[in-house]
Design a protein around this ligand. Structure first.
Ligand SMILES: NC(=O)c1ccc[n+]([C@@H]2O[C@H](COP(=O)([O-])OP(=O)(O)OC[C@H]3O[C@@H](n4cnc5c(N)ncnc54)[C@H](OP(=O)(O)O)[C@@H]3O)[C@@H](O)[C@H]2O)c1
Length: 383
């Protein structure tokens, strides 16, 4: 290649490099502009002025903005009506979950990409409910007006909720109260999917539940026993007797004993707290053991990325050795809810209720849950 050809090739490379850089800058600028537009335009029902409740109003917990419990309001809003294939349920009881304060605060902030950038796109609160069918849309044969039911639906902290008839809705067992039925869905299904699907717990295995006294933990202890495991629960002194009464074979008081310093090894660790280093948790596993971490953190920690860095660290650790570390987001299915209904009806699973409060105190219920000291589930009952 002579000197002129070499220069041509070099200048061609420079031009391509320049275009690449310009393309990159233009993409970043466009993305930034799209984000700003989406941020400014993101809004919700509250932007349309005061709610017009109409002739059939109902009371519901709503939030127009992201923030602490002070953004919650108990407001008169229009009662929803069931469309074809839908059921209107008059809610008798609803329970609260950490999910509610995640949506309320929009934390970790990364979730706002889906839940609304500037304001919550959906102003409703709550997900677990139990109540009585008040009306049915056309084509509904599975349930009838007057049936007692329970299930999952966004906006459950309200006097009425509309649910697809063939969705997350089951008859409430007659032997179970509305409060106990409303307490169970999200927490129990999370525990069930964690132990049965992700932990693949088998009879005789040793299972450790960290956070055994919380909403999810109280069901996990019982479900570990249903699966035939030897269950150890970690909780504080005041909850030792409660966790033992739920069926735990052994309890460890985290205020006096650091579980990671004990010589015991577990086939499955179900961790709802996430307060120990992953290395320390891994050292508690048998060689083929499974660690399932489902969350943890308070409203004031991990505000931007939430559990994502810990999840990435779990994935990396799972690349080495035979034990595994994983997480999941509960995905409730009608089949899971049907299994839960059977377990509640048979009495193999019961709801441990910390407290029951009226709708007027729903904001306090979420404030209490945020403090992270609930003993089982917190339930709100409707007037
Ligand atoms: N991935 C999913 O799909 C999914 C689904 C549901 C829930 N979650 C997450 O799972 C976590 C637990 O949910 P939850 O409903 O059980 O919450 P919760 O009811 O608010 O949990 C509170 C319980 O945690 C216990 N606790 C606090 N610090 C502890 C520690 N250091 N060691 C042992 N126990 C401790 C408390 O007991 P003391 O008062 O005695 O300390 C209390 O009983 C939350 O982070 C939630 O976001 C994830």
């Amino acid at each position: 290649m002579d000197i002129r050809q070499t220069r041509r090739v070099a200048s061609g490379r420079r031009r391509r490099g320049q275009w690449l850089r310009r393309g990159l800058v233009a993409s970043v600028v466009l993305l930034g502009a799209a984000f700003v537009v989406a941020y400014v335009r993101s809004g919700n029902l509250c932007d349309q002025g005061p709610f017009v409740a109409g002739p059939t109003p109902m009371m519901a917990v709503v939030h127009c903005d992201y923030g602490g419990p002070e953004v919650l309001r108990i407001a008169r809003v229009p009662r929803p009506s069931p469309g074809a294939g839908e059921v209107l349920v008059q809610v008798r009881a609803a329970s609260v979950n950490p999910l509610d304060w995640h949506y309320m605060r929009g934390v970790p902030r990364v979730m706002r990409l889906a839940s609304g950038l500037r304001k919550p796109a959906d102003i409703r609160v709550g997900v677990d409910f139990a109540g009585v069918v008040a009306a049915t849309g056309s084509g509904v044969t599975r349930v009838a007006v007057g049936d007692a039911v329970f299930g999952l639906r966004r906006g459950a902290l309200a006097e009425f909720v509309v649910v697809p008839a063939d969705g997350l809705l089951q008859p409430k067992p007659a032997s179970v109260s509305f409060e106990a039925a409303a307490a169970a869905p999200l927490a129990a299904i999370t525990a069930w999917q964690g132990l049965r699907d992700h932990g693949q717990v088998r009879p005789g295995q040793r299972v450790l539940i960290n956070g055994a006294s919380g909403g999810v933990g109280t069901y996990a202890v019982q479900l570990g026993k249903v699966l035939g495991a030897e269950v150890t629960g970690v909780c504080s002194t005041r909850n030792l007797a409660m966790v033992r009464a739920l069926g735990a074979d052994r309890v460890i008081d985290y205020t006096t004993t650091d579980v990671t310093r004990l010589p015991d090894r577990y086939d499955v660790i179900f961790d709802t707290v996430g307060n120990h280093a992953l290395g320390a948790m891994r050292s508690l596993l048998t060689p083929q053991g499974r660690y399932i971490g489902i969350g943890g953190g308070s409203p004031h920690t991990q505000r931007w990325l939430g559990p994502l860095p810990r999840v990435a660290a779990m994935a990396l650790r799972s690349l080495v050795g035979a034990s595994s570390m994983t997480t999941f987001v509960a995905d409730a299915t009608p089949a899971d809810l049907a299994s839960l209904q059977q377990a509640l009806a048979a009495g193999t699973l019961r709801s441990q209720i910390d407290r029951t409060v009226p709708l007027a105190q729903a904001v306090d219920a979420i404030r209490y849950l945020e403090a992270g000291r609930a003993r089982g589930k917190v339930v709100v009952v409707m007037p």
